[in-house]
Design a protein around this ligand. Structure first.
Ligand code: SF4
Ligand code: SF4
Length: 285
């Protein structure tokens, strides 16, 4: 019986069922709101801020102005516009508060989806470690219901925060992006030092994990960076994730500017060629 403190709440911005690249088997992935990094290639800009984010699909907007009228709905007031009146359904908010118990109950109801292939639930984001109490509560609740739980993380967190959440999950997908400190700060906005420290702890923990490297043309996929990441990875399993060419699609809907520009000329190297730079890598599609 699930007995996590019902008062523990967190903010999530999506739940996706039937994910196949977020850990072993077929999974449900929960996207935690908020991330301490600001990777310029991030394809989930609505997940970066901790607060709920207004999203308006301007490309189909007729400019009728209905949504801009004063609105008394409690959920609309913080945004100064109506979230429900758009005849085309172009206005929505990414991010909602949810209790750990409610979320665990919902995720556990889908347990039959996870099948025999070691599937389960993946806590992703954003960055789950930004809401550690909520992440622990959800992971413990899932565990009590016999559901395999994975953590997908940038690894950027205080050591004790990382360790405390690690203790509650079965598997970790640990992102690595740039090996060198200056590049890491430049493209993700934060230092890679805490990430490397948490990776060392993850290895010592004995918990199964995989390193995940996004192949961002001209930034992370350079020979220099991948060679340095390969040295860092050693014999650890690695998954290489090809660049999502639609990564910038959602930026206009949240009023942000996508800062990454795909280089006009990129070296013709298949992900398989890049994978050969590592001892144990596979390419995700
Ligand atoms: S760590 Fe992930 S979620 Fe956070 S900004 Fe980078 S790509 Fe986006
Ligand atoms: S109600 Fe919809 S179509 Fe009208 S202005 Fe708002 S977003 Fe545009």
């Amino acid at each position: 019986m699930f007995n996590v403190t019902q008062s523990v709440t967190g903010t999530i911005f999506d739940v996706k069922e039937f994910t196949v690249h977020d850990g072993p088997g077929v999974r449900t992935t929960v996207f935690f709101k908020g991330c301490p990094l600001t990777c310029i290639w991030c394809h989930n800009p609505e997940g970066m801020d901790t607060a709920p984010t207004l999203m308006v699909r301007n490309t189909q907007c007729t400019g009728c102005g209905l949504c801009c009228r004063p609105c008394t709905h409690a959920d609309c007031r913080p945004f100064g516009r109506c979230l429900h009146i758009c005849p085309k359904g172009l206005v929505k908010v990414a991010g909602r508060a949810v209790g750990a118990g409610e979320l665990v109950t919902k995720l556990s109801a889908g347990a039959e989806l996870y099948g025999a292939g070691g599937g389960g639930v993946t806590l992703s984001g954003g960055e789950p470690l930004l809401q550690p109490e909520f992440a622990r509560a959800v992971a413990r609740g899932l565990h009590e219901n016999g559901i395999h739980t994975a953590l997908q993380t940038s690894g950027f967190a205080k050591a004790d925060t990382f360790a405390s959440v690690l203790d509650t999950v079965d598997y970790v997908l640990f992102d690595l992006k740039l090996a060198h400190e200056d590049d890491h700060r430049r493209y993700t906005g934060v230092s890679c030092v805490p990430i490397h420290k948490n990776l060392a702890h993850l290895r010592e923990s004995g918990k199964p994990f995989v390193l995940r490297i996004p192949l961002i043309p001209g930034i992370t996929d350079t020979d220099e960076n991948l060679t340095a990441l390969s040295a860092l990875a050693g014999d650890d399993p690695v998954e290489l994730m090809p660049y999502n060419p639609y990564a910038g699609a959602k930026y206009p809907t949240v009023g942000k500017v996508f800062r990454y520009e795909l280089p006009e000329e990129t070296e013709e190297r298949s992900p398989e060629t890049l994978a050969k730079l590592f001892r144990r890598a596979r390419v995700l599609r």
